[in-house]
Write a protein that binds this ligand. Structure first.
Ligand code: NAI
Length: 506
């Protein structure tokens, strides 16, 4: 198949430029590589040659195709040599003045119908194109690292970008074997915007002393199905990369509370605890692996108290059945007997508030997170309040570990861990829909391919129930009095009437 752009120029042949060059050549385009550092373009060509050789070795490409791809790579020593390109993609240093300067120069060189694309991850396409004679042909083409493996690309329309440019570039992305998602020119576009929920809320939970880093990671892996916990992920990316993104999006949205970063990462960045690359981040690294503190042992409880379950518990019927299966002695009275372990399962509220509102003895009250279906979770999460007696805490821990399932006990927090993080992710995603950054379908694709979440954020909302997510947010807003947890109107409407978040647009 003939590529839609037969000649492509790549400016800046570092980590990103070389990856884009690889998939462009594989799509059948002739690719001209240009870099101000002359050795960089040659190094990129050498890198591509070895990449293709490896693909031949692994039988993912024929030797003829590899030779043909390499034959389509040309080195340009001046920008003038890009004059015949149909598409020029810049992947140079992330500075607005330098990118705009480059595009101005390209306007005097490139063909009038050539498309000028930027791989920027944080700058506005509209700003990059401002002051050009023809901003309508400037478009964002935001790939992820490593380009050949991360199969999604954001095609970003600046305020003046022509719709046909977005469409044609999207078609070309498919020819490159990637899935295009179309984004409006807004801070963080889709992926970096949608990704704000996970790390920032986990940091907030840690900053409140609710649980340590390793426990939060375990909970989000085992309950919500994330491949990596938020702290493992930040260690992998490096705080030198992830903290500035958090700050940048927060400020670009004029200090929107939902994106507020954490002083934890500010300080760790300053102290050089960047993650794997410095040998220490949230975890210490030795011999290639993270040193993870052991989980607290299940306490041995001689005499298990009877259990009384609040009538207002979430998933009450399921929880009763679970207690029965675990062999608990379940009380059926209107209120707990004087010795009973008192169990509550709130959505969004903290255990303290529930004990006070339901007039329960806080010393015997323990909470369990029932947002997640017990049959599907690999871990149960319990929370104490400041008055909970240790014997009651230990009894609850031992009881819920009886069938061998992992149990974490955390300190009191409106919304436990999974409720908070899931609700925050779903809320930010809903606001992306509210703002019309992209279509709900593209949002789901961008997040699953770009962030590797177990499901798209709207599907995540459907899984846990839009009404439940909304309840978590409403109650957390009450507990914390923080604008951060105010539900997006988009979610509020759907949650209020119990509509699926992936329902067709109104
Ligand atoms: P890099 O530092 O690996 O490569 C940049 C290359 O551009 C270098 O070879 C440099 O010599 C060259 N360069 C700098 N100024 C130039 C100019 N005026 N003209 C021509 N060449 C110039 O950087 P990387 O990581 O490849 O990033 C490039 C762009 O891609 C940036 O805009 C970055 O924000 C964006 N990006 C980076 C991602 C990443 O994970 N590294 C992900 C998505 C986007």
């Amino acid at each position: 198949m003939k590529p839609i752009y037969s000649t492509v120029g790549i400016i800046g042949t570092g980590a990103m430029g070389r990856g884009i060059a690889q998939i462009a050549a594989q799509a059948g385009s002739t690719v001209h590589l240009y870099d101000t550092n002359t050795q960089a373009a040659q190094a990129a060509r050498d890198h591509l040659q070895s990449q293709w050789a490896r693909m031949v070795e692994k039988q993912r490409m024929s030797a003829e195709d590899a030779a043909a791809c390499l034959g389509r790579i040309a080195l340009a020593s001046t920008l003038q040599q890009l004059a015949e390109c149909d598409l020029i993609v810049e992947a140079i240093v992330e500075r607005l003045d330098v990118k705009t300067g480059l595009l101005k120069e390209l306007e005097t060189i490139a063909r009038p119908d050539a498309v000028l694309a930027s791989n920027t991850s944080s700058l506005s396409i509209t700003s990059i194109a401002a002051g050009l004679k023809h901003p309508e042909r400037v478009v964002g083409f935001h790939f992820f690292n490593p380009v050949p493996l991360m199969k999604v690309v954001e095609v970003i329309a600046g305020l003046r970008t022509q719709a046909t440019v977005v469409q044609t570039l999207s078609t070309y992305a498919r020819q490159m074997g990637h899935t295009p998602v179309v984004a409006q020119d807004t801070p963080g576009f889709i992926v970096n915007h949608a990704g704000r929920g996970y790390g920032t809320e986990a940091l907030r939970i840690a900053s409140e002393g609710v649980a340590d880093f390793a426990t939060i990671d375990r909970i989000l892996r085992d309950q919500a199905g994330f491949k990596l916990g938020p702290f493992e992920l930040m260690d992998l990316t490096g705080l030198d990369v992830s903290h500035p993104v958090m700050e940048s999006i927060y400020h670009q949205y004029f200090e929107e509370a939902r994106y507020r970063p954490s002083v934890i990462t500010t300080q760790r960045l300053a102290g050089g605890l960047l993650g794997r690359k410095t040998g220490e981040g949230f975890y210490k690294y030795a011999d290639g692996g993270a040193q993870v503190p052991a989980e607290p042992a299940v306490p041995v409880v001689e005499e298990m108290p009877p259990v009384w379950l609040s009538p207002r518990a979430a998933r009450r019927a399921e929880l009763l059945l679970l207690l029965k299966n675990l062999g608990a002695k379940i009380e059926t009275g209107q209120s707990p007997s004087p010795n009973a372990l008192t169990l509550v399962a709130p959505l969004g509220f903290d255990i303290t508030t529930v004990a006070v509102v339901e007039r329960l003895d806080p010393a015997r009250t323990v909470g369990i997170d029932m947002l997640v279906d017990d049959a599907t979770t690999k871990r149960r999460v319990l929370a104490t309040n400041p008055a909970t007696r240790t014997d009651m805490r230990d009894a609850a821990h031992a009881l819920f570990a009886r069938d061998g399932k992992a149990v974490s006990v955390i300190r009191d927090s409106g919304g436990f861990v999974t409720q908070r993080v899931v609700a925050h992710i779903v809320n930010i995603a809903s606001d992306i829909c509210q703002q019309g950054v992209c279509s709900p379908a593209d949002l789901e694709i961008a997040v699953t391919l770009g962030l590797g979440y177990p499901q798209g954020p709207l599907a995540m909302g459907n899984l846990y129930g839009p009404t439940n997510v909304l309840e978590v947010l409403f109650n957390m807003q009450t507990v914390y009095g923080d604008q951060r947890y105010r539900p997006s109107p988009w979610l509020r409407r759907r949650g209020a009437i119990g509509l699926s978040l992936l329902h067709e647009e109104e």
